[in-house]
Design a protein around this ligand. Structure first.
Ligand SMILES: Cc1cc2nc3c(=O)[nH]c(=O)nc-3n(C[C@H](O)[C@H](O)[C@H](O)COP(=O)(O)O)c2cc1C
Length: 363
């Protein structure tokens, strides 16, 4: 098992309604005051990263959405060490605009921004904003060009690139980002096209929640492919965490979330996500096999099963690490309170288990 401590990130609630399509009471809010305080709690409690979301509209809930780059900048300005990953959607964004915005934010905030290149699954959103909708694997071909362009603009002078989607002729960005060689590039998606893109160009691959076996199969597949490409890629996995003092309490919260699910909104979301993995040539990928219950959490986060006592959750996190996972992306019902609880009660147990595994004699 890797000697590097597993990293923790949380989803920035820059979208209304939290991370659940459920009418259960959530104390999570999507405004900036709530989020500034949350970011400060997170960086003081063992979280290294936060991930903001991009959404232009949402017919299935998530009615209000703040723009992630602007929001990320505000959160970076309110924190000292947290790294924030801002979602960027090729199509609405052109790589030169993204590269320049991010370079400026990086300069203004001490070099702590990263990006998550998402490829789009929400056709109604693209239609609503007048963006052409590409078929599944074409979206990834565009995203890969987008990432190659970002890297080139950030690291080279006189950058030229002749792609099918983007073209550059001797372009020099000044100033470049503060981070050297450049900000980190994450990607979301788990279809064949998403994995292949990760194995060629992304620094990090983010996938939806899944069983340990489901995650291990992806890790092995991507790492083998990346090795063939001479590329290294790290893995982040989504999980909706319900940590409570007893397992019964945690399970009761999950039951209540599901009981209070909003069926119309869950089904509307379920219809929209058919444009994701299911629309790929192989019919696999994010949401391809999601049940109604899985869809109540936007990114299949219950499946990772970080639901139980701090001890149970810590053991499952270390098992994910043993399967090759580098980062756990967390979501919570009541973010401020639960990020703190997770940092106080779960992360120390993870660190203790990691050191036992690293040094079997001491164990
Ligand atoms: C952790 C994570 C975060 C994501 N964030 C966003 C987002 O903010 N906006 C968005 O439109 N899609 C987002 N996506 C969706 C992906 O970019 C991708 O379109 C989707 O997972 C379907 O991928 P697939 O068909 O390759 O499995 C995210 C996916 C993951 C796993």
């Amino acid at each position: 098992m890797s000697h590097t401590p597993i990293k923790f990130a949380y989803w920035v609630p820059n979208v209304s309604g939290g991370l659940l399509i459920s009418k259960i009471e959530q104390r999570t809010r999507w405004d900036i005051d709530y989020n500034r305080k949350l970011a400060q709690i997170a960086e003081q409690n063992g979280f290294e990263y936060a991930l903001s979301q991009i959404r232009f509209t949402a017919g299935y809930g998530a009615e209000y959405q703040h723009e992630p780059l602007a929001f990320t900048h505000a959160l970076l300005a309110a924190t000292e060490k947290l790294r924030i990953i801002a979602a960027i959607l090729p199509g609405p964004w052109h790589p030169v605009v993204a590269a320049k915005q991010i370079a400026t934010i990086d300069q203004l905030t001490g070099g702590r921004i990263a990006v998550n290149i998402v490829s789009g699954w929400f056709k109604s959103e693209f239609t609503a904003i007048g963006e052409p909708w590409l078929e599944h694997d074409e979206r990834y071909r565009r995203s890969e060009e987008f990432i190659r362009a970002l890297k080139g603009i950030w690291t080279q002078d006189d950058f030229s690139f002749l792609g099918d989607f983007y073209r550059f002729h001797n372009y020099t960005l000044k100033p470049k980002p503060l981070q050297q060689p450049r900000p980190e590039i994450f990607q979301g998606g788990s279809s064949r096209a998403a994995r292949d893109m990760a194995s060629r160009v992304s620094d990090w691959y983010f996938t939806n929640g899944n069983t340990l076996e489901g995650i291990k199969a992806q890790v092995d597949d991507i790492r083998a492919k990346a090795e063939g490409e001479g590329h290294a890629v790290k893995i982040g996995v989504n999980a909706f965490v319900i940590a409570r003092d007893t397992e019964a309490e945690a399970r009761a919260v999950l039951d209540e979330i599901i009981d209070k699910a909003d069926p119309d909104a869950v089904n509307a979301f379920g219809r929209e996500v058919r444009q994701a993995g299911k629309a790929s040539p192989e019919g696999e990928g994010n949401w391809a096999k999601s049940t109604f219950e899985d869809l109540v959490q936007y990114n299949d986060g219950f499946k990772t099963n970080l639901i139980g006592t701090p001890e149970q959750i810590a053991e499952r996190i270390v098992a994910l690490k043993a399967a090759g996972v580098d980062l756990v992306l967390t979501g919570f019902l009541h973010f401020q309170e639960e990020v703190e609880y997770f940092g106080q009660r779960v992360i120390p147990l993870v660190r203790a288990l990691e050191s036992q595994h690293a040094d079997p004699v001491a164990a």
